[in-house]
Design a protein around this ligand. Structure first.
Ligand SMILES: CC(C)(COP(=O)(O)OP(=O)(O)OC[C@H]1O[C@@H](n2cnc3c(N)ncnc32)[C@H](O)[C@@H]1OP(=O)(O)O)[C@@H](O)C(=O)NCCC(=O)NCCS
Length: 336
């Protein structure tokens, strides 16, 4: 009988970092006037209440996987990698309409990343920050060397143009990041969580089973209790972001860039105030012309700050995602 062997576990890697962040926006610019009619709203009301001036939406021939693929290819290029260098693909989306197989597996194959591990996560607007937290853990545990994280949404597929609660906020886009091993710390601890007791605050109108039973219902669309979400995001998310800084061992004065989920400009302003971020901190305000793109909003906003030069590689950025679930995740990262 063989002597029992000692099990070998994966060798951990000390640090991880973002190697690249890239973005793909919908090509159509949709103004407030374009969406105001069916909800009896106005350009002025939408600007004042949300800070949105225009939102970007994709054309009918582009689906969420196309957006994800375009952003991923740019991220791989920027990282100097090809699909075959990726060990895991984590895709966050709520607008891929197959329960199975996953969008991530199809995307991995399109990118030439097969046989990378691939899976989708359902964490709505927190999905990108959830994905970065998972990628960091996979890289540092030795489970994967390079991980591709994508937040991709074609939210125009699930809007009801007559809905006053959320549809007018939404845009289409995809953001992708490559996470890999690093010589120095590049991703702080992820502070994440959920509160399912508020699962109805942002919800679908009906399930697919209900649609199957009653074909007149049409595709499910989104609804929200705006005030509930507004209060929760404005007042309960700042302490989560503060905790992410504390766990990363940094203070507001050490942060150069703040990239909150682009839900609403007034929520962004309220968080900046509560976090007492110094005026020198560059605050992402991509929502003004991209709209709320859910899981894509943080990487879209990050890529924009970097490409416009208002943020620089090496800057410390505090990012926080929050949304339907309710779920949230925050971490401090070194920008690539
Ligand atoms: C959706 C949101 C903009 C609505 O703004 P609000 O100030 O809360 O609006 P309220 O529901 O209190 O309604 C205020 C007034 O505006 C009106 N109103 C509501 N929605 C409107 C719309 N889309 N257009 C025009 N008027 C609207 C209401 O009828 C009400 O009118 P009244 O004062 O005459 O009764 C706001 O709640 C919000 O941004 N919430 C957070 C949303 C978010 O970020 N969600 C994404 C999370 S990931």
């Amino acid at each position: 009988m063989n002597a029992r062997k000692t099990l070998r576990q994966a060798e951990p890697v000390r640090y991880s970092r973002l190697l690249a962040v890239a973005a793909e926006r919908g090509t159509e610019t949709v103004t407030n006037d374009d969406v105001a009619g069916p909800i009896d709203s106005s350009d002025e009301w939408i600007r004042q209440r949300t800070g949105i001036v225009t939102r970007r939406r994709a054309t009918a021939d582009v689906d969420v996987l196309d957006l994800a693929e375009a952003a991923s290819r740019k991220a791989l290029d920027a990282a100097g990698l090809v699909g075959a260098d990726i060990d895991a693909v984590i895709l966050s989306t709520i607008t891929y309409f197959h329960q199975t197989p996953s969008a991530a597996a199809v995307l991995a194959d399109r990118l030439g990343a097969t046989p990378a591990a691939a899976y989708d996560i359902s964490a709505a607007c927190a999905g990108y920050a959830y994905g970065i937290g998972q990628a960091d853990a996979l890289v540092r545990s030795g489970a994967a060397r390079n991980v591709l994280v994508i937040g991709a949404e074609k939210l125009s597929d699930i809007i009801d143009p007559t809905d006053r609660s959320i549809s007018f906020l939404l845009g289409d886009g995809a953001g992708a990041a490559v996470v890999g091993p690093s010589d120095a710390p590049g991703i702080g601890p992820t502070v994440w969580g959920s509160d399912g007791s508020k699962s109805q605050a942002i919800r679908q109108t009906h399930s697919l089973q209900e649609l199957a039973a009653d074909g007149t219902l049409g595709m499910p669309t989104l609804r929200q209790d705006g005030q509930t979400v507004f209060k929760w995001a404005s007042f309960q998310m700042a302490p989560i972001a503060a905790k992410a800084m504390a766990e990363a061992g940094v203070e507001p004065d050490d942060i150069q860039v703040f990239v909150p989920h682009q839900a609403n400009m007034r929520i962004i302003d309220q968080m900046v105030k509560q976090l007492k971020l110094p005026e020198s901190v560059v605050v992402a305000r991509d929502i003004a012309d991209s709209g709320n793109t859910s899981a894509a909003s943080i990487p879209l906003a990050t890529e924009r700050l970097l490409s416009e030069g208002s943020a620089r590689p090496g800057d410390l950025a505090l990012q926080i995602g929050f949304g339907a679930g309710l779920v949230y995740a925050a971490q401090v990262v070194v920008l690539p």
